[in-house]
Design a protein around this ligand. Structure first.
Ligand code: HEM
Length: 295
């Protein structure tokens, strides 16, 4: 049997990954892809999006019992009525849990019914992902600093989620660049993604630095601290993602006309590696978000 702490990190990882898929798909269909392209890609990606809906709800629901097991020091606390009700109704963890379960239920129902999200649906996915900010280290602050921390964390999640979540839809878009009917729309979606992507990358880095400053009050340069070491690995992964994004945008995209096949292959490989690195980022945050930053 895994330790409750591992269960909680797993819960955080599954939730953040599934919420990012929903939010990324939502942004892609509502804001980036023109109509016909959106229809075509949602037909192909519908099953994956529905699974993300189910996973985000299941992870949200199990969060509270797993948290109870962590606090109670063993799995029996996960099904202990008084512990669960005290946690649910008398703590911030419980309030965050109720908000998240409600949003996850709504998002799952909407995305299962219609994977090709409209703007309202994309906003619900955004709120679901941003609700993660209610369970991070922002909780260690009070008053205005706490509000600022939660807002910064929410923005961090939305910017990072846009970058990583929309990337997931990109290979399907690349595959249609030479399509006689959908090629123009695929180019439009790619151009829109690239424009918004610049802003998202800048925002995620800026809010990540503010997050680090609010939590640590210093640059994470102490290798004896597990929190700082994991944060450093995360920063290295994000730098690698940024390098690949720059390579795609400024080396391969300008060569799409003259060198089509090789440029598309280059962008696709870069995108898949970026997604893998992004999954690593989520796994790291799922773990170090639970570690004491002062240790
Ligand atoms: C692709 C880029 C990134 C993604 C997808 C990403 C994702 C995330 C996620 C999902 C969280 C968890 C939020 C929570 O539990 O409240 C988080 C928190 C955080 N991120 Fe990022 N992030 C990215 C880039 C960065 C960068 C560049 C930095 C630093 C310069 C950074 C620093 C932090 C810090 C300090 C936290 C707070 C963790 C805690 O609560 O202890 N992130 N990020």
């Amino acid at each position: 049997m895994i330790a409750p702490e591992t269960g909680l990190a797993l819960c955080r990882l599954l939730f953040s990954a599934a919420a990012i898929v929903l939010y990324g798909a939502g942004c892609f269909f509502a804001f980036l892809a023109p109509l016909r392209l959106g229809r075509e890609i949602s037909a192909a990606a519908g099953a994956g999006i529905r699974i993300a809906g189910v996973v985000s709800f299941a992870a949200s629901l199990s969060w509270l019992p797993v948290e109870a097991a962590v606090i109670g020091g063993g799995w029996p606390s996960a099904i202990d009525g008084p512990t669960l009700s005290a946690l649910a109704f008398h703590t911030m963890i419980g309030t965050a849990w109720m908000v998240r379960v409600g949003l996850a239920l709504l998002a799952a129902a909407l995305f299962i019914a219609r994977p090709r999200a409209g703007r309202g649906q994309a906003m619900i996915a955004a709120a679901l992902l941003a609700s993660l900010a209610l369970s991070g280290h922002a909780e260690m602050n009070e008053g205005a600093r706490r509000t600022l921390h939660i807002l910064n964390d929410g923005l961090h999640l939305l910017a990072g989620g846009f970058w990583l979540g929309s990337l997931i839809m990109l290979p399907a878009c690349l595959a249609r660049l030479r399509d006689p009917v959908l090629g123009g729309e695929a180019r439009t979606a790619l151009r829109r993604f690239s424009q918004a992507g610049h802003v998202a990358v800048a925002l995620v880095i800026a809010t990540g630095i503010v997050n680090s400053a609010l939590i640590l009050g210093r640059w994470p340069d102490d290798p004896s601290s597990p929190y700082q070491s994991l944060l450093d690995v995360k920063i290295i992964l994000v730098l690698a993602m940024t390098g690949l994004a720059v390579l795609n945008r400024y080396y391969f995209v300008p060569r799409l006309k003259t060198w089509h096949e090789r440029a598309v292959a280059g962008i696709r490989t870069g995108t898949l590696v970026e997604i893998a690195l992004g999954a690593g980022v989520l796994a790291l945050v799922a773990v170090f978000g639970l570690i004491d930053p002062s240790g």
